[in-house]
Design a protein around this ligand. Structure first.
Ligand code: ZN
Length: 122
């Protein structure tokens, strides 16, 4: 499953980023574009497997799905495609699309870490 390798890579990246920080990871927000090739449900499923036995174990994966946005030269405006059916035509005038503005995203937006009790006394 393609999503598992994506989940594993995301977990690895987060662990590296948090190497200097204490605390347990509670939730992770990931932005997934409709054209990224990632199926959100599969990614959610893969997440638990990828997080097992790490500081991310038990963390919640929040997926922000980004629809496909295109720029139509002939309408001279931006449109959001109703679904990613990969037919790159303007939904209004049916012109071929040359510019995809959004939908290819696959990025980690934020990571929430549980409060860590400071070992420092005053
Ligand atoms: Zn158009």
């Amino acid at each position: 499953m393609h999503e598992l390798s994506i989940a594993l890579r995301a977990v690895e990246t987060i662990l590296e980023d948090l190497a200097e920080q204490n605390g347990k990871v509670m939730s992770v927000q990931i932005r997934v574009g409709a054209l990224s090739g990632v199926v959100p449900d599969s990614l959610r499923f893969a997440w638990d497997v990828a997080c097992a036995d790490t500081r991310l174990s038990g963390s919640t994966l929040e997926i922000e799905e980004v629809p496909v946005r295109i720029w139509c030269e002939s309408c001279q405006r931006e449109h959001t495609l109703p679904d990613a059916d990969f037919v790159f035509r303007c939904p209004i005038c049916a012109a071929s699309i040359t510019e995809v503005l959004a939908g290819r995203e696959l990025e980690i937006l934020s990571v929430e870490i549980s409060e860590y009790e400071s070992p420092q006394a005053d």
